[in-house]
Each structure stands twice: as C-alpha cells, then as structure tokens.
Ligand binder design. Structure first.
Ligand SMILES: *Cc1c(COP(=O)(O)O)cnc(C)c1O
Length: 385
C-alpha cells in the first residue's frame, strides 16, 4: 500500500488542522477589504466609474513595471489583448495544449484558430523547441508577418502560458516569435508576483494578462488585467474594453466595435486591498513550497520547481508521480480524507470543441497530464485576524 497517509498528515501539519477540509487555494481577507468596500459603496460609485479602478491599475502597473488595464476577468483580458495585437477571423494562434480552457476559448473569441504545441517537461510552459519546429515546417515569413504555407492563414499571435506561476522559457519564445514577426500575448493569469531575471511575467511579450478569480493569488471576486509596456497598445486595450467611447463632455459616440469589459469599481476596491497583502501572501506561499520541497526530497514523487532565474509565486504546488494509476490512487485518498488535490487539466486537444485543431506530438504534455498532482497551496491566514 502506498504511503498517501504520510502526505495527508504532512499537509494537515502544514495547515495546522487536524480534521478541517483543506482547500486547494482559498482567498483570505485580512487587510483593508471591508474598509475599501465600505468607502466604495458610500461613494455611490460601485460600477463602471470610480477611483478604485484607477488606483488598482496604477498599483499593479507600478508593481509589474508596465501599464495595467483592469477588466472583468482573465478570459476577457486575453480576448481583448489578442484583438489588440491584431488577431482577426480565420487567423492561426499558436498556444500550448496544456492549459486552462480559457486560453483556447479566448483565441476562438478573438476569431482565431488555436494551434496546440507541446510544453517543456520542467516548466510545463510552451516549448521553444516545439515552437521552432512548428514554424520551421509550417510557416513562411512575409514582409507583414508569418503565414501557414499550406492553408495561407496568417499566424497572428502566440500565447505561451506560465503554468502554476512558474515561468515558461519566455525569452526564447519571444526571440523566436520576433524572428517570425508574431506578437506574443503571455497568459500570466496564474503568475502575479512571479518574475524571470527580475522582470514581471506578463511583461515580456507585446501584452500579458493576469486573472483575479477567487482561486488565484489575489482576487477581485472576478477580474483580470491586461499588461503592456507599450503605451499605445495599453491605450487601445483601455479604449476597446470600455465600449470605445469617444471623449466628449456630453455626446455619446463610439468609434469602434468594442466591449464592456471594464472592471467595476467595487471589484477594484476589493482588489486594491488584496494587492496590499500580496507581499505577505507571496512570502507565505513560498514558505509552503519550501516545506513541500523538503518533504518530497525524501520521497519518490518529484516536486515541481521553477527553473533557474524564475522567482515563482508557487500558485499551485505540484508533484509528478510514476503514472496515471498512481496519480488516481493518490487523488482518491487525499480527496476522501478532506485534503483537496487535483490533476492537471484534460489536455486542450482532447476536448470535443478543439479535437479538430492542429496539435503536434504533444508527448511531454500527455506525459505530464497523466502524472501531475496539485496539492493545497493557499496562503495561511490566521483565522483570528
Ligand atoms: C484562471 C486562468 C485564466 C482565466 O482567468 P479567469 O479570470 O478565470 O477568466 C486563463 N488562463 C489560465 C492559465 C488561468 O489559470
């Protein structure tokens, strides 16, 4: 019998609870959340206008050294960013087969067709080797960008994903995409607080996105942010996520087809208070990951660590087990014993709506999808606070 009990006991000790249910990732509200929400409600501005949106955008933007555009969720952020970098109906958009479904969904929302490539075994992010191989075989570079040799479709963007807060080989990916004139939109939904060589994830490509869903590192209830160091792109994203309204004292006119994706002020109030806690949350999450690393150092499972140069937020701690059968046995035991654990997402090319999309051999992706287990990873907020 495999020793899943030791893992459960370790997690219980880590979260200092004998028999409570331990969630995979839970938010905590121990700062100014209630105060800011009250201020927001008292101001009367809870919706699409208000100071908290500007303050939240400025705070996150300054922290990541870029411009931030707050929107309703990470999926909307990806959709808008893909549109802003030029994705149009019928275009190809390269991404990895291993991700959350929002990544290919947003590509479809922007009119694109996802192309699923393999990921690296260590980072779980888009493999630069797979990217290079795909483009070398299938793409032709023209003066205005790259096209698929066979179908003639434009290859309009590339969306690498920073899985669990660990950087993918983003510099190599950006270099390859630059050569092929393909804009990079980083799915950094899981990566606020993570850096690579000291630079915030989400700021390497033309644009990047964060998510503030309830299970992410910090939350606005639901929310997301578009990041860019290019002021013109950020301005365009702001304009198109706020109905593309022309600036005028009283006239109501709009100059483009656009969306109402703006983050409501009440969500931004929650977000600003959460952002103030980010440093403490990251410190505790990194302590948790260190404890897991030590624990699994003495066991057969491989604890997934970020590559060198990456300071990860360790959004979700992950281990790799021997095979799918071992994975399922561990998942069953832990969940039966109120220690929440889960596998990777079912690979995107296996989902019914994406089965017909191009997918390379995807060997690493399938290997990992059978073997990765996520363990409880949320910061510990003292209940008495
Ligand atoms: C959470 C997540 C998203 C989507 O964010 P939402 O705010 O839930 O829309 C996109 N991509 C990845 C990798 C995510 O984990």
């Amino acid at each position: 019998m495999r020793d899943w009990k030791a893992i459960a006991s370790f997690v219980r000790q880590l979260y200092a609870t004998e028999d409570d249910f331990i969630a995979l990732h839970e938010p905590g509200f121990v700062g100014n959340e209630k105060a800011y929400l009250e201020q927001c409600i008292d101001s009367g501005f809870v919706s699409s206008v208000g100071k908290f949106v500007d303050r939240f955008e400025d705070a996150v933007g300054e922290y990541c050294d870029c411009r931030g555009v707050a929107v309703v969720n990470g999926t909307a952020a990806l959709h808008a960013a893909l549109h802003v970098v030029g994705v149009e109906g019928g275009d190809e958009v390269i991404t990895q087969g291993l991700s959350f479904v929002a990544t290919p969904n947003s590509i479809k929302m922007a009119g694109g067709n996802p192309v699923f490539l393999d990921c690296d075994m260590d980072t779980m992010g888009l493999s630069p080797i797979a990217l290079d191989a795909y483009l070398g075989t299938h793409a032709i570079l023209k003066s205005d960008g790259s096209y698929n040799r066979k179908t003639g479709q434009r290859i309009a963007a590339c969306v690498p994903v920073h899985i669990f807060g660990h950087a993918c080989r983003i510099e190599e990916i950006c270099e390859i995409c630059d050569q092929w004139k393909i804009p990079v939109v980083e799915d950094a939904a899981e990566a606020i607080g993570s850096t690579y060589n000291g630079k915030a994830l989400g700021t390497f490509g033309a644009m990047g996105v964060l998510s503030f869903n309830g299970n992410k590192i910090i939350t606005t209830g639901g929310g997301g942010m578009i990041l860019s160091q290019d002021t013109a792109l950020a301005d365009k994203a702001k304009h198109l996520t706020t109905t593309a309204k022309s600036v005028h004292a009283w006239e109501f006119s709009h100059d483009a087809m656009a969306w109402n994706y703006r983050m409501p002020n009440v969500n931004a109030a929650l977000g600003l208070a959460q952002f103030e806690q980010l440093g403490d949350i990251l410190a505790d999450k990194r302590e948790i990951s260190k404890a897991y690393l030590e624990f699994f150092g003495a066991r057969d499972e491989r604890f997934v660590v970020a590559m060198e140069g990456c300071e990860s937020n360790y959004w979700l701690n992950a281990i790799e087990v021997a095979d799918r059968e071992v994975r399922d046995s561990m998942l069953q035991y832990l969940n039966d014993n109120k220690v929440m654990a889960r596998p990777l997402w079912v690979p995107m090319p296996d989902l019914p709506m994406y089965r017909d999309c191009y997918c390379d051999t995807f060997e690493n992706g399938r290997y990992l999808a059978d073997r990765i287990v996520n363990l409880p990873s949320g910061a510990r907020f003292s209940k008495s606070d």
